[in-house]
Unconditional design. Structure first.
Length: 187
């Protein structure tokens, strides 16, 4: 009953570079889990200003904020790890490095903390940070909603490195949630 366009859409999703298809779905199937829960939430996304000059100023302000030593350290680390992806345990070593205890702070210093300190009179960096924090709060709220439906359930979240510190900080405030060190899983 699949139409050709729908079959093509499914095929494209299966080959898309994205943690849902390439990691979470495969892992869930291997573990015998019946479903994945989507938690990503873009409801904090808002259209940018209609003024092209203001859009350009926003982009320039954020790009300038990102040009910092922590971003250079982060890029150098990623480049070195990605160069070894074809080696045994290459991907696992990348995940271990990205889940190291100092990872979220490096992301913060290179990105969100730098944006917070961005000095434009329009507060472009603070606008960006507000969007990012709101998006992560909504994502964590979606996770908490699922956990609330199934008391005592265990949840594995697969998420990009920039979300990780926010997930941990927000989830650590929940009364009925216990975080597990990801490195214990990535042995």
């Amino acid at each position: 009953g699949l139409t050709e366009p729908l079959a093509q859409w499914i095929e494209n999703r299966l080959t898309r570079k994205d943690e849902t298809c390439q990691i979470a779905a495969a892992l869930a199937a291997r573990l015998g889990l019946e479903r994945l829960w989507s938690v990503d939430d873009h409801s904090a996304d808002t259209p940018g200003p209609n003024d092209p000059a203001e859009n350009k100023a926003f982009e320039q302000a954020i790009t300038t904020a990102w040009d910092n030593p922590a971003s250079k350290t982060r890029q150098d680390m990623s480049t070195a790890l990605e160069a070894r992806l074809d080696q045994p345990d290459g991907l696992l070593n990348l995940y271990r490095a990205y889940n190291a205890p100092d990872g979220p702070m490096l992301v913060y210093r290179s990105d969100f903390g730098a944006a917070l300190a961005e000095p434009s009179p329009q507060g472009f960096g603070r606008q960006y940070l507000g969007y990012w924090e709101t998006r992560n709060l909504r994502m964590v709220a979606n996770m908490r909603d699922v956990l609330g439906r199934y008391p005592g359930a265990r949840m594995l979240t697969v998420v990009g490195l920039s979300h990780k510190g926010y997930y941990e900080a927000y989830l650590d405030q929940m009364h009925d949630v216990r975080l597990v060190d990801p490195l214990s899983v990535l042995r």
